[in-house]
Design a protein around this ligand. Structure first.
Ligand SMILES: [Zn+2]
Ligand SMILES: [Zn+2]
Length: 139
């Protein structure tokens, strides 16, 4: 699964930061991994040798960051076993027999719960105001 995600991920890393993206193949929402800073960001290599060392370090750290991003993405993305697409948790259904994407569930007339729907209770609620002291204009 992680391998599938790793191959599907786009790379939007810069000189100083590693970052990856993945697009939901159902709704088109683009997910970005949390950025990882290059350890030598902002440091100018003084010699040709150092430049080569930095380049190797960069490649190595980018590979590690890609690994980490794939792990992050696998929490959000699922692969539909029917159509084989990578879809986000808003487009993936937990069904009784087989978990699949919303498009396939619709086609196959299968009912299920959206993955992202299960976490809605953790959303922040507004603090309540128990009393309203605005007594005005009553002589
Ligand atoms: Zn989606
Ligand atoms: Zn599907």
């Amino acid at each position: 699964m992680k391998q599938v995600i790793k191959e599907a991920m786009g790379d939007c890393s810069t000189i100083g930061e590693f970052r990856f993206l993945l697009r939901c193949q159902e709704c088109g929402r683009t997910w970005h991994s949390s950025p990882v800073r290059f350890s030598k960001a902002g440091t100018e290599p003084e010699t040709e040798g150092m430049r080569a060392v930095f380049r190797t370090l960069y490649e190595r750290e980018r590979a590690a960051a890609r690994e980490k991003a794939a792990a992050e993405a696998s929490e959000i993305f699922s692969r539909c076993p029917v159509c084989g697409r990578l879809v986000c948790d808003r487009c993936f259904l937990i069904c009784e027999d087989l978990d699949l994407c919303t498009a396939c569930a619709g086609k196959l007339k299968v009912r299920g719960d959206i993955v992202a729907g299960n976490v809605s209770s953790s959303q922040k609620t507004h603090p309540e105001t128990p009393y309203d002291d605005s007594t005005e204009g009553d002589d």
